[in-house]
Design a protein around this ligand. Structure first.
Ligand SMILES: N[C@@H](CCC(=O)N[C@@H](CSC(=S)NCCc1ccccc1)C(=O)NCC(=O)O)C(=O)O
Length: 208
């Protein structure tokens, strides 16, 4: 199978950022949608290196781990910083984004009713760090003067948090401007308005 293929469940989940990145970078890809019933049979799970999805295929290269997939696309599509130094900074910032995503997913799947309010209350402690990065860098992106996979990752996390708490960015003007800038990029705007994007729930348990 040539080209890019994403194999995942019928949710945005851990494929939200990579789909936004592929769209913005003008790339096409195939989606293999796995139902929970198919997954529970176990045959596909046994073939996955870490027993989990997403699975990403790039012309015969098979990758798992959503952030490894983002990094791969960053290198391949020129969205990984403009120098080795910037690439290291992109990785650093992307790890920080992943910390927020991991906290969000734990809250969504394990403690939504009891932990949603505390998660929202704690957001400023995390958002202030990315606000400071954007204020310091001045280009509008997280690192250097061009978009990187870390920008797509942060953008997706912020979009999901705006659903969870629509006012969560009100105290962070640079983050709000970042979301507006990313949302206004023509290919991202088109993708976010597409049925392919809108028809998928954010998470697999219906919570958001
Ligand atoms: N570090 C990995 C994590 C991958 C992962 O958690 N995959 C989940 C799906 S992604 C996700 S957000 N999981 C949260 C709960 C969930 C489970 C199943 C479907 C949808 C969501 C999965 O394959 N679950 C099934 C299983 O482990 O047997 C990555 O970043 O790709």
């Amino acid at each position: 199978m040539t080209g890019f293929t994403i194999t995942y469940f019928a949710v945005r989940g851990r494929c939200g950022a990579m789909r936004i990145m592929l769209s913005d970078q003008g790339q096409e890809w195939k989606e293999v949608v796995v139902t929970f019933d198919e997954w529970m049979k176990g045959d596909l799970k046994k073939t996955c290196v870490f027993g989990q999805l997403p699975k990403f295929e790039d012309n015969g290269l098979i990758l798992y781990q959503s952030n490894a997939i983002l990094r791969h696309l960053g290198r391949k599509l020129g969205a990984n910083g403009e120098t080795e130094r910037e690439a290291s900074l992109v990785d650093m910032v992307a790890e920080g984004v992943e910390e927020i995503r991991t906290k969000y997913l734990k809250m969504i799947y394990q403690e939504y009713e009891t932990g949603k309010d505390a998660h929202i209350k704690d957001l400023p402690n995390h958002f202030c760090k990315f606000e400071a990065i954007l204020v310091k860098n001045q280009s509008g992106f997280l690192v250097g003067n061009s978009i990187s996979y870390a920008d797509y990752s942060l953008f997706e996390v912020l979009l999901n948090h705006q659903v969870l708490s629509p006012t969560c960015l009100d105290s962070f003007p640079s983050l709000k401007k970042f979301v507006e800038m990313m949302s206004a990029r023509p290919k991202i705007k088109t993708f976010l308005q597409s049925d392919a994007y809108k028809k998928l729930p954010i998470n697999g348990n219906g919570k958001q």
